[in-house]
Design a protein around this ligand. Sequence first.
Ligand SMILES: *Cc1c(COP(=O)(O)O)cnc(C)c1O
Length: 430
Amino acid sequence: MTFTTTKSKEIFQRAVKVMPGGVNSPVRAFGPVGCEPVCIEHAKGAYLYDEDGNSYIDYIGSWGPMILGHNDSRIVEAMKKQMERGISYGAIAKLEVEMAELMVSLVPALEMVRMVNSGTEAVMSAIRTARGFTGKNKIIKFAGCYHGHSDSLLVKAGSGAMTAGVPDSGGVPEGCVQDTLTANYNDLESVEALFEHNKNQIACVIVEPIAANMGVVLPKEGFLQGLRKLCDENQALLIFDEVITGFRLGIHGASGYYKVKPDLITYGKIIGGGMPVGAYGGRKDVMSVVAPLGQVYQAGTLSGNPVAMVAGITQLTILSEHPQIYATLKELGDYFRESVRGVLQETKLPFQIVGEGSLSCLYFTKEPVIDYATAKTADTKAFATYFKQMLERGNYFGPSQFEAIFLSAAHTKKELDKTLADMKEVLGAK
Ligand SMILES: *Cc1c(COP(=O)(O)O)cnc(C)c1O
């Protein structure tokens, strides 16, 4: 096998001297799988190409944004055109209004929306808005759900922290997380108990409608509806963190897909078409507390950046004009999971393949995965070995057991079949 990573190694050696861990986001360092990362030189369609000329079928899609595949020419052209007109204005531009109108027109639960620069910022601001609107301080999140790296949300925060075995982060004062209560995913009783013990103190419940930061955990029938009911009974807001699921499960997002209407929704990833964009929005009366309309302050120098807006608008417009993209992604996802099930049967491995649409996860455990505790039963060492062997064969998965497998519109059965054949070889050799 001719898998060499000489150039990637050289670059990474330079990286660790000048960047913490050699990266700008922890999981890129391949820490959880215990090998050196490869450095990407360019990307196109369903493929990543590294500095040594190795190519990979890409199953992370920049962790979600690249739902049309890498370097979609329509997005690139639109961005080039905008760049000639200005890269940032710091003043109102029609593009921001078009972006907001587009999102509001596509998602029934969205009446007003504010653009920010990342998913982290979106969630942080949505929580502040919920607290400002309700006048209450406490929030409920779920173990294993990730909502970005703002202080109050770094509690049982899923993938990155999960593999490292450090559930909370250093540098976060206890005071910042004392109002963050943690419930168990798919367990309405755990939510009910928190409401019971904190009467009239809960501002909001925040949930990933599909939990995609502890692998992929699907909501049980009635779970999201149950959250809606509990929030209504306790005058708390329901926030869907759709940074991953937004415009991935379907054009109306998870709230449309599962037909549950949250009060606020947070976005990131897909809505930027690969550019750093986030957004939060929802009920008009709730969003009306945000400055300059209301008392909840939130701002951003580069928020609504015109080049980023053009990328996002182009991607969302393509998705809305071609609804068959979602049907194809679902078909591909179902085919992938069904085929993996076949491989598992053949290799007699008791692992779990879980997913919905273009999101999947292969858990190295015999336990059905329904929450954080069951996800944690996965054999991360076995995953690490599998990961390395799949990488060498040209398959780029998230370098952790607890990352989702993302499919894009640029993937075809050809790519999946190649990966499935490699999987059979790697898993069967055990
Ligand atoms: C990625 C992610 C975030 C954070 O978004 P960033 O753009 O990385 O700050 C928040 N919530 C969920 C569900 C995510 O997957």
